[in-house]
Design a protein around this ligand. Structure first.
Ligand SMILES: [Zn+2]
Length: 461
């Protein structure tokens, strides 16, 4: 039985066309080779798992390949290509900047740069995590970069370009690698699973892709982990369980609970999250994405491909969108984004999370300020004797069709004729009158009663 190779290594791109999500950089590098306009040093920046060293390695291969294709791709057949793929090439040296960060390590590089490449092409140094080099090491390296011997190239990779000293930066051609989109990652994972004959749901692929946050290598490691843990077909629930993520259905349950005023669900959800050791921060991030998707539906914005591909999920989202108004979605996004920061530093994250969820659910029963102002204005008109318009019911915003907000408590909104008369339009300039109404509206917001409570069971995880 052949030795098991982790997915990230087994499916590492061997040519430019296999590098995902970095199209512009690939085109630039290929053109540089074609037109023979090569810089001495290149710096590849980007978050982890976006393909910095992979890209550097493919570039090195293409430069030293004996038979590159017309598109500038390495052949992957010649001795040079094969040696680089196996990491045994004498001309392409990979150095880990984190463990070889001292001046002696750079001195060793400086001593060998003078020797010509055995293939007769380029001598290439790939230094990973270059920002870890010490100041002395950087300075020693700088000397070589200032007067590079012919046919020597440096490819640097870093997650933290701001830690690389400016004199080095100014001698490099710099490329910023994008985070890879969840859809692209999911597609690649699907291909890998097909090749490995592993049965996995598209939703499960999306769960992994989203968790990886734009890093393909992270996604591949997660897939490795799930395959090792799980027997049989991999579902979204199984993937969520292994990763400690709450399944998405919980969010739809919260939507409905909010609409029905069933605030008790908050404690059930928090209990589940807590008992199963789920990541609170990740849960809130999922919540944000959930509301964001709903807002996108309400605004008629183009939905992410991952959602449009799944008809049932799209329908579920459309139904959920009926429960919210645009204004409300925006308010909730504000609450959640702010809550995320609070949660990170909260001494009791569980209580902070509960308070956050309650705040979100309460938005369902708040009357928008503009509606309240309108009501107050009508009451004022009525108290002044102008009866006709006041009998008209208050108009609701169009995007909030069901159910109409419960009528305000009589004792809260009931006008006191004497007071209202004293702030009538004649007595006060218009702008002061408006301000007073706004104040009243703010005071009254949130005091509306919730009509009925109808508990629904949570989906089991
Ligand atoms: Zn080759």
């Amino acid at each position: 039985m052949p030795e098991y190779q982790v997915i990230a290594r087994r499916f590492r791109p061997q040519q430019f066309s296999q590098v995902l999500g970095q199209e512009a950089i690939v085109v630039t590098l290929k053109n540089a080779i074609k037109r023979d306009r090569l810089a001495t040093a290149y710096l590849f920046c980007g978050s982890r798992g976006t393909g910095k060293t992979t890209l550097a390695r493919v570039f090195a291969k293409a430069l030293n390949c004996a038979h590159p294709t017309e598109e500038g791709e390495p052949c992957n057949q010649c001795p040079s290509c094969k040696e680089i793929s196996q990491g045994i090439s004498l001309d392409v040296l990979e150095i880990d900047g984190a463990s070889h960060r001292g001046i002696d390590d750079v001195r060793q590089i400086n001593e060998t740069v003078g020797y010509a490449a055995s293939s007769g092409k380029y001598k290439i140094y790939i230094i990973d995590e270059v920002h870890m080099l010490t100041k002395e090491a950087f300075n020693a390296l700088l000397k070589t970069l200032e007067e590079p011997p012919p046919k020597v190239k440096f490819f640097f990779a870093t997650t933290e370009p701001h830690k690389v000293i400016p004199t080095i930066l100014s001698r490099c051609q710099r490329f910023n690698l994008n985070r890879i989109s969840s859809d692209t990652i999911a597609q690649k994972l699907a291909k890998i699973c097909k090749e490995l004959s592993i049965s996995i749901d598209p939703e499960a692929l999306m769960v992994i892709a989203k968790r990886a946050e734009g890093g393909l290598r992270d996604a591949e490691s997660i897939l490795d982990q799930i395959i090792a843990f799980h027997e049989g077909a991999i579902t979204a629930t199984a993937a969520s369980d292994i990763l400690g993520i709450m399944p998405r259905e919980v969010l739809f349950t919260l939507d409905k609970a909010g609409k029905m005023g069933d605030y008790g669900v908050v404690f059930t959800v928090s209990e589940q999250l807590f008992n199963q050791g789920k990541d609170f921060i990740h849960f809130v991030e999922m919540f944000i994405e959930h509301i964001r998707t709903i807002l996108m539906i309400k605004l008629g914005a183009a939905l992410p491909a991952s959602l449009t591909a799944q008809q049932t999920e799209k329908e579920t989202y459309r139904a959920a969108a009926e429960l919210y108004s645009i204004e409300q979605c925006m308010t909730i996004l504000d609450i959640l984004v702010e809550g995320l920061t609070t949660l990170r530093f909260a001494p009791s994250p569980r209580f902070a999370l509960e308070s956050l969820m309650l705040k979100v659910l309460r938005t369902h029963h708040r009357i928008p300020i503009d509606v309240l102002v309108k009501r107050l204005a009508e009451l004022e008109t009525r108290s002044n004797g102008a009866v006709a318009p006041s009998t008209r019911p208050v108009e609701q915003p169009k995007e909030q069709p069901l159910p109409p907000p419960p009528p305000p408590k009589p004792e809260t909104v009931k006008p006191e004729p004497v007071k209202l008369k004293s702030i009538s339009a004649e007595a006060l300039p218009q702008h002061r009158y408006d301000t007073l109404l706004q104040f009243a509206a703010v005071e009254l917001e949130g005091t509306v009663q919730i009509k009925k409570i109808n508990r629904q069971p949570l989906p089991s995880t």
